[in-house]
Write a protein that binds this ligand. Structure first.
Ligand code: C5P
Length: 215
């Protein structure tokens, strides 16, 4: 049986952390859909045509730590505005969302475009300042010297482009639960997310594979 958890939101809001924890807790597979766009963005930086890159993407590329840089994130956001790039990546994501045993996907358009019938939809956000601080700390931990102001400007530019594009813009689905993590610890955010998933599983009969009814 399939069971899809769709987690969307702006950059550095905590989607990835929540998605990984939900997947681990319920035994679901996890896809960070941003990595698909990052892999295409990375290839475009190397001179490849983005549409061709999207059509020939190999899932093994997604494990490359080089996808985690701000330069690749910026390139990802540019190629993600191209309709043919998005189209080339749809089937893979939809198949992933409906795999047996349950799936968690995080991104920008999972609840609106990729899996509009998802059993759970969360829109995870946080204030601009908190998101910039979190991303800044992550980059510092990777040994990157970058100012907080620069990180904040990069996030702002990327979010504006993602929200303004004509196709599959960053947007909260009408039926998505809003999770504002600005004033929450990671534990509190995870507890809320897991609570929403557990409630949805019970509504659908507590019968999903990997179901977890622990309190
Ligand atoms: O989530 P992450 O920051 O890795 O995403 C990188 C970029 O990929 C985003 O800024 C966005 O432009 C694009 N993206 C997208 N749709 C998704 C996931 C990511 O357009 N579902």
């Amino acid at each position: 049986m399939s069971f899809c958890v769709a987690i969307d939101g702006p950059a550095a809001a905590g989607k990835g952390t929540i998605a990984r924890a939900v997947a681990a807790r319920f035994g679901f597979a996890h896809l960070d859909s941003g990595l698909l766009y990052r892999a295409v963005g990375r290839r475009s930086l190397a001179g490849e045509d983005p549409v061709e890159a999207a059509r020939t993407l190999d899932a093994r590329e997604l494990d490359d730590p080089a996808l985690r840089t701000p330069e690749v994130a910026e390139a990802a956001s540019r190629v993600a505005a191209m309709p043919q790039v998005r189209q080339a990546l749809v089937d893979f994501q939809r198949a992933f969302a409906r795999r047996a045993g349950g799936a968690v996907l995080d991104g920008r358009d999972i609840g609106t475009v990729i899996c509009p019938e998802a059993e759970v939809k969360l829109f995870v956000t946080a204030s601009d300042e908190v998101r910039a601080r979190r991303r800044h700390a992550e980059l510092r931990a990777q040994g990157r010297e970058v100012s907080l102001a620069q990180v904040a400007a990069d996030l702002r530019a990327r979010d504006s482009r993602d929200a303004a594009r004509a196709i599959a813009p960053l947007r909260r689905a009408d039926d998505a639960v809003l999770l504002d993590t600005t004033a929450m610890s990671i534990e509190q955010a995870l507890e809320q997310a897991i609570g929403h998933v557990r409630a949805a599983m019970c509504r659908s009969g507590c019968s999903g594979a990997g179901s977890d009814a622990r309190g």
